[in-house]
Design a protein around this ligand. Structure first.
Ligand code: NI
Length: 183
């Protein structure tokens, strides 16, 4: 298996700050290919044999804007069991509702565009429901929770030009930690 070549933009690149645009259907073959490449890349980045061989940083999500393309598309690849993966291809997402409860990732969030250690917590909704379109343009809804909910919010932020580091309080990176649940 060859790792697809993806040029992932670094946080210093201002393109990451663009607001991504609504996608129309049908998708171009180029975008379909890009989606498949992202799925392969994210999957391989979570398998030891490949991330060692190709020196990949493990990641579970990537938005099109991280490849420089301002379209409302992101992909999440969740490891549900040992080397068993579930893919989410999410196009034109809209949040419908969310929990009151907030959570944060204890070991800190990561991003394939942020190539440095970042301390601090990012408040996220524990659960949410979103509407979106799949690769064929079919309208769907999904309810997500815990780590997947965090990953969805992280990627939806990318579509609005927001990086997780923006959400960490600069003066007090662990602000309000006691008001949220660690996951
Ligand atoms: Ni990211």
């Amino acid at each position: 298996m060859e790792v697809p070549h993806l040029k992932i933009l670094d946080e210093k690149n201002k393109t990451l700050r663009l607001t991504s645009k609504e996608v129309t259907f049908p998708l171009s073959n180029e975008d379909k290919k890009r989606i498949q490449d992202i799925i392969t890349y994210l999957t391989m980045s979570q398998i030891e044999e490949y991330y060692t061989k190709y020196n990949l940083r493990p990641g579970m999500g990537l938005a099109f804007i991280q490849l420089g393309i301002p379209k409302n598309i992101f992909v999440i690849v969740e490891e549900v069991d040992e080397e068993k993966f579930q893919n989410y291809v999410i196009i034109n997402p809209k949040m419908i509702s969310h929990s009151e409860e907030l959570v944060y990732i204890g070991e800190g969030e990561g991003c394939l565009s942020v190539n440095r250690e970042v301390e601090g917590i990012v408040p996220r909704y524990a659960r949410m429901r979103i509407s979106y379109q799949d690769e064929n343009g079919e309208k769907k809804e999904i309810r997500v929770r815990e780590e997947v909910s965090v990953a969805f919010q992280h990627e939806m932020d990318h579509l609005n030009g927001i990086l997780f580091v923006d959400k960490i309080d600069k003066k007090n990176p662990f602000k309000d930690q006691d008001k949220m649940r660690e996951i």
